[in-house]
Design a binder for this molecule. Structure first.
Ligand code: TXA
Ligand code: MG
Length: 320
């Protein structure tokens, strides 16, 4: 069971930061809700977050930074609108989405070419990011389908079995998640209302379009127009598919080992059969196959347990 440690104590902070640096996951308070954080530049650590949340699918995560200049490692470029918003609302409950640098692992963005960043105002969150010396990718620290936690106790009840440390910083003062604004197109787009009022944002950058609600799955990034799907047709592999066809370039996305067959490109997700490693590699592997000039991609099914469920969900949704 996770230990709740006072986030204002130096020793606790050191321990938490060293877990992050060693590829582990720590729950920490922000001014909005608690987050479940890992080193944003360590794909396997990020995959572990999805495993802990028991999510049947991958969602792009918010990368938390402690200095304005940290965004240079994450976004290709902060345009003038982003700079104005950062100046006015950071630190605070505003998340901004812009095109990502290639160094940001695909598992952080669920394969999207854009990445969400925010600079929280909670002192415990800020010291954790500074002490760990890396931006921290974190979703809200609740299991799939549960309410977002605003106290350390909430986190322990919901996720206490899987993590070592929950940093306590008192109850989260804002109590709702950050507002999310996408700036990757002409018109700023509100992806999620939250702790920073839309009216105040519009006062700084002018009119913001509200992302069309989606009847089936509200605000699910899988439904957003910019969600990444390979352009190359993707198909689940069945036994009959293996006896290669002539003159067609087929790519294989294998789980543990390449298969016999006439494949023009092969990606192996995890030679040791580790679903977390497979999840960490999934989007990067799909990107490589997608740029290999293939006619189609065959994806081998993975076991539907743990992160395997999220992997299979992604493959099914991506397949034609
Ligand atoms: O207040 C908050 O934002 C909290 C604290 C921990 O910072 N975090 C949070 O994370 O609410 P999460 O994962 O529960 O929600 C993040 C939302 C998701 O709905 C996700 O779809 C969206 O951000 N998102 C992240 N990256 C995105 C991207 N590149 N494009 C579109 N949406 C993105
Ligand atoms: Mg959430």
């Amino acid at each position: 069971m996770a230990r709740i440690l006072d986030g204002y104590q130096t020793e606790a902070m050191r321990e938490a930061a060293s877990i992050i640096q060693n590829g582990g996951v720590v729950a920490f308070p922000t001014e909005t809700v608690h987050g479940l954080g890992a080193d944003a530049f360590n794909p396997e650590a990020v995959a572990r977050i999805f495993e802990l949340k028991n999510r049947p699918r991958f969602d792009p995560l918010i990368v938390h930074v402690a200095e304005l200049s940290d965004v240079e490692k994450i976004w290709l470029k902060a345009d003038d609108r982003a700079k104005k918003l950062m100046e006015r609302f950071w630190p605070g409950p505003l998340t901004i989405v812009l095109p990502k640098r290639p160094e940001v692992p695909h598992v952080v963005t669920a394969g999207l070419p854009t990445v969400a960043v925010r600079l929280p105002s909670h002192p415990v969150a800020l010291s954790l990011i500074r002490e760990a010396r890396t931006p921290i990718a974190a979703p809200s620290a609740n299991p799939f389908g549960y309410l977002s936690p605003t106290t350390a106790e909430h986190v322990r009840e919901q996720l206490g079995d899987g993590i070592e440390i929950i940093l306590d910083g008192g109850s989260c003062p804002v109590g709702v998640e950050s507002t999310i604004i996408a700036l990757y197109q002409e018109e700023p787009l509100l992806l999620r209302p939250g702790g920073t009022p839309l009216e105040e944002i519009e006062r700084v950058i002018g009119r913001v379009k509200i992302a069309p609600p989606d009847p089936g799955r509200p605000r699910s990034p899988g439904q957003l127009p910019h969600h990444y799907s390979p352009r190359t047709p993707l198909k689940m592999l069945t036994e009959g598919d293996i006896d290669g066809r002539q003159g067609v370039r087929i790519g294989l996305l294998a789980f543990q080992r390449p298969r016999e067959g006439n494949f023009a490109a092969v990606e192996v997700l995890s030679p040791s059969g580790d679903l977390r490693a497979a999840a960490a590699n999934l989007f990067a592997a799909l990107h490589r196959l997608d740029s290999a000039g293939l006619d189609f991609i065959l994806a081998e099914p993975v076991p539907e347990e743990g992160l395997g469920r999220a992997i299979m969900d992604r493959l099914r949704r991506g397949s034609s």
